[in-house]
Design a binder for this molecule. Sequence first.
Ligand code: MN
Length: 431
Amino acid sequence: MRSLIESFRKDGEVLDVKKEVSVTYEIPYYLKKNEEKIVFFENVKSYGIKVVGNICSTRERITKALNIEKNSLVEHLLNAFDSPKKVKIVKKGPIKDIVKEEVDIENLPILRHYEKDGGHFITAGIVVAKDPDTGVRNASIHRLMRLGKDKLGIRIVPRHLYKIFNENKKDGRSTEIAIIIGAHPALLLAASSSIPYEIDELEVANRLHEFKCIKCNTVDLEVPDQAEIVLEGRILNDKKHAEGPLVDITGTYDIVRDEPVVELTCLMHRKEPIYQAILPGGREHQLLMGLPQEPRILKAVRNITPNVKGIRLTEGGCHWFHAVISIEKQSEGDGKNVILAALSAHPSLKHVVVVDEDIDIFDDKMIEYAMATRVKGDEDIYIFPKIRGSSLDPTGDQVTSLVTKVGIDATKSFSIPPERFEIARIPWSED
Ligand code: MN
């Protein structure tokens, strides 16, 4: 992460805040106000540690960090999911510059973001754990609420870490974890992906951008040797604490729940560590959650029609609820099939727009243009009531997450002469 910030600074993409700033509201305010830039805080009030945010707040920066073209991210992710790469272990690395078994996270500049948040939350923590039987490693991002000098509340949704936690709990054991703060975007993306349980997210990240790991100090786990800060500890099997509220990707507050408690056993960090923060509900949060869903949707839609040109979860849809998919239409029913496939591939998806290949899916005006000129409301809009959607959708049922989904087929109808849809061109070029 450190060298990446340096290279982005040379490109003029870093806003350096030199004045003294507070971890309570002030840093989040700057992150929100300057969402397109990486913001680097050199002088954090009451803490000797620098803070950085918004590293992955644009699609362009994420692709730059991975050294790939903007349009090829989906393909690169698919490839990495299919061909994870073993991570080499090294004996020494900068993360072990400072190792403390007396943990006091009150010395870390953990932010408090919004007015009604329940407290200070670590938001860029990548949690690593292992399946107790198979040893399969998992990495996922969880919000972590500061509860004391060596305690955190951890929100665990029913996915992989939840499974590991429950298997340990059945046998009366706590779950060993390592929390990585300050890692390369490849690791953040891999940890946000919904890939099968058996696939190790660290190995997926290693395929996207090569790195090395080092053994932890008090737990049987490995972390990147170049990480900025690592916390080690256990998710206690027998202790819960109120966690939340915290703002989620919609920019609205999530509720308070009783969630497991983490007891920390070790803190290690580089010399002069940089603490990474992700603003909840900010562009970076949305992109990191949404981008890894695009390859899933693409894969499912490709089963329906091989001629998929592109897929994009849009900013206005919180990178989570709205997808635009462009296809080279072969037969009249393609649009509706693509809608159905997309809605099932990413269950949180709420609205899908399908367009023809001549519409640039990265251009919001062109998407609206397609809806304006190619949609017949009574034939091309499909409404699917009561489907399980996202718990984050404020219109959904709070218990069942049932929502209404809508698909819009904005492709040219084959029953209308194609010349009626032709986008006029001026036959002139400066060459
Ligand atoms: Mn996993």
